[in-house]
Design a protein around this ligand. Structure first.
Ligand code: ADP
Length: 392
């Protein structure tokens, strides 16, 4: 019985009303018992005095008996009224608790059922939000239902991203694996000659697979925010010089000019040097990959009030405008075969975006179209003594 009561909010509500009514009735009855005799005598005496008839008092003989009779009847009438009030209050408690528990318990039950269905994988599940939303904020239960629906929507989104990711990864793995398998079959069947070129091709595909796996690992780390940023004040020119010196040789080899333009007097930025260096390497690496020999890539820094802007502009293949908003989405490539041939996994810019945003910064791409070159820029907040550096 106790367990049953504990499990039912409606019963608990009813019992709580009942307790209030019982306490109220007992207090009323007790108060009436104590106060009625004295107040009855006082009123009778006042009435007798008013009527000028001493026999109405409670002083003597038969008039005293009459007084007692009157008092007994009066008390019975009070008790009857009290009992009637207690029964009405009991009925009211039953009705009100049934109504309130329907209002409170029904949505909670609905949410419980919905959460069980979500746990079973039905992520499209939502609950009704009670009350009139157009008339301002809903009550606490309505707000709970709204939060529940928001949570369900986010779970649904995460689930669909997870499915998409599995599909994307499978797709990305399939291409190099098919190539490796095809070459191996050719070698086994004797169709492909076991020349150094064949082995080189197989090696390159395996290398591509390894890079893809490494990029995926890196992406999952930055998406989860697994690495703490080691924020320190850094001069922008140091960041630029570091990235340029690491890629200069590759630029020279391909015959692409690399220019750096960092004016003196720029404010320092509070960044994790390795991580922002990684972003710049990625942008400079892409610029090199998508700029033909004879072209130029420029990395420049400017200050705009509280922001430092770092831009990498190239005179390369350019990007059609309709692709610009998607470049930072994982596995997105404008030209899949060209990117793959260059060993690209389509994840580099996604990682860069996460890293820049972890620094409270922004990253974006601009291009006038195919053959018009591209500019990738990132903005980082300048180090300001009055402001806290971004949270890691
Ligand atoms: P990838 O490893 O394929 O280069 P990224 O995420 O670094 O992956 O880049 C995504 C896509 O953006 C590339 O496949 C390419 O189509 C386009 N892209 C990136 N940088 C440039 C650039 N400098 N010029 C032209 N296209 C670019």
């Amino acid at each position: 019985m106790l367990g049953w009561i504990r499990r039912h909010l409606g019963v608990k509500l009813f019992l709580s009303y009942l307790v209030v009514i019982v306490v109220g009735t007992v207090v009323l009855a007790g108060a009436a018992e104590l106060a009625i005799p004295r107040s009855f005598n006082r009123h009778m005496a006042a009435m007798a005095a008013m009527m000028g008839d001493a026999s109405m008092g409670m002083g003597t003989g038969s008039s005293q008996e009459l007084g007692m009779d009157l008092f007994a009847n009066f008390r019975r009438a009070v008790n009857e009224a009290l009992s009637l009030a207690a029964v009405s209050a009991f009925l009211a408690a039953a009705l009100v608790s049934a109504f309130v528990s329907r209002q409170v318990v029904a949505p909670i039950r609905e949410m419980r059922a919905a959460s069980q269905r979500i746990a079973a994988g039905h992520f499209q599940e939502r609950v009704r939000v009670g009350g009139d939303l157009s008339r301002g904020d809903p009550d606490e239960l309505g707000q709970l239902a709204l939060s529940f629906n928001r949570m369900a929507a986010q779970l649904e989104q995460v689930e669909s991203m997870r499915q998409q990711l599995i599909g994307d990864v499978a797709h990305e793995l399939r291409t190099p694996l098919t190539a490796i398998k095809g070459s191996m079959e050719g070698l086994i069947d004797g169709v492909l000659p076991p020349t150094p070129e064949t082995f080189q091709d197989i090696y390159q595909e395996a290398d591509r697979l390894q890079r893809l796996v490494r990029d995926l690992q890196e992406l999952s780390r930055v998406e989860a925010g697994a690495d703490e940023l080691d924020l320190r004040p850094v001069q922008v020119s140091e960041l630029v010089e570091g990235a340029v010196s690491r890629l200069q040789l590759q630029y020279n080899e391909k015959g692409v000019r690399l220019e750096a333009a960092t004016p003196a007097g720029l404010s320092p930025v509070s960044v994790d040097e390795d991580r922002i260096g990684q972003v710049l390497l990625n942008l400079l690496g892409n610029a090199l990959q998508y700029t033909p020999a004879g072209g130029t890539v420029q990395i420049s820094a400017t200050q705009d009030q509280n922001e430092i802007r770092l831009s990498v502009s190239d005179t390369g293949v350019g990007i059609p405008v309709e692709h610009l908003p998607h470049l930072f989405t994982r596995f997105y490539r404008v030209d899949k075969s060209r990117s793959r041939a260059g060993g690209g996994s389509g994840i580099g810019l996604t990682i860069a975006k996460h890293l820049v945003e972890a620094h409270d910064g922004r990253i974006w791409a601009e291009s006038l179209g195919r053959g018009q070159g591209s500019t990738f820029s990132l903005a980082l907040p300048v180090l300001d003594d009055e402001h806290e550096p971004p949270a890691t």
